[in-house]
Ligand binder design. Sequence first.
Ligand code: ZN
Length: 339
Amino acid sequence: MTRTSSLLTAFAALVVVCLSSSAAPAQDGTSYMPGAPQLSLRHDGPPDTTITVTVSPLAEGVYAAKVNYVWTGWVELPEGLLLIDSGLDERTAKVLADSIRARSGAKPFKYLVNTHAHKDHTGGNAYFVAQGVKVMAQTHAAAVIDSMAKIEAAVHAPGNSNAPPPSPVVRIDRRKALGPASRTVEIIWLGKRAHTDGDLIVYLPKQKVLFAGDLVSNRAVPWMIDSKMDREGWIASVDSLRSKRFASVIHLVPGHGVMERPLDEIAYTWNYLHDAWDRASKIASYGTSIKAFKDWGYLGPYEGNEFYAEVHFMNMRRLYNEALGIKTPGRPGARAYKK
Ligand SMILES: [Zn+2]
């Protein structure tokens, strides 16, 4: 290898390291809004063209993949691949599909489990549906995903009334199991409203792997803005993730942030849900104006974590209102929110 080419190789390696270690690579003006990525269409800056996929093999035939700022994953089953969430949009879905094929070959895409209905987890659905997947979601989330798919289909085929309607999402009430005994995949609803009203987890008891969706965020501020979010149900759900049933889990794939030791990830989420509420409810009880939320909402331990600037202060306003018994519309999508 010549000196120039070895320098080039070193530089390329550095670029890869920079890309993969950056939590949320973006250009100026891009909004990072889990659940409301439509907002990103409103920015004035150039479009965000960076797509980073970081794949973590967790067990034989089981992978987690962080696509920009959202975690996804897949499992090789005898009949084909089971995907967990589809990423942000068609563009990221294509890149994710490439990463999957590079590791799992030409196995067909068979199932796609959406952990919940937020756009940053379902944006690539149409791409994978075109590849033949059957989409599955919790019953409450399925209704939302179905209506989003209809809107998307109408946008892509305007005036074409002959276009077949998108086939409805397979609804899971409490639990569904797939796969052989050696690689059973349990898809579970923990039974409570939490991050949304339809959060599924995907559990592989043999491999001791748990995909938690947005029930768990680690070193990334959880999104507490969904209109169906229920803080107490969320805390109870997080508590059940550290029950005996899941005590042997080795790898816990969060919805956002960093994969670390499962109990540390769970503790981060649990602590944030408590700390944010404690501060907001105390301030509301003092009669302090909500307007100064940038001051009273400051929570030092989370400053600098992913989404702190974008999401944390919205959470604080939501919780302040909740403490006063004021119902806010929440934010299933950008249209439900007025500045
Ligand atoms: Zn979410």
